[in-house]
Design a protein around this ligand. Sequence first.
Ligand SMILES: [Zn+2]
Length: 84
Amino acid sequence: MTPLVAATATTTSATPALLALGLLLLAGYAAACWLWPFRACTRCHGTGKFRSPSGHAWRYCNRCSGKGAQLRLGRHVWNALTRR
Ligand SMILES: [Zn+2]
């Protein structure tokens, strides 16, 4: 985690309780993205493939390349920040 920048209390009236709640939710979301980095692909709904109308033939989903999983937004941001 990045060190928190000291909030400069100058004009805004954001209550500390609200700020703490926001940080708590953010921490919870970050933890959830760390534990469960994937969500079901929106294109194929997690199945990873599309069936033909006949039901016999199928092809892999292009978006998730057949995995049926997509990185969640939080994990995507984390990877972008830590990669390099
Ligand atoms: Zn997919």
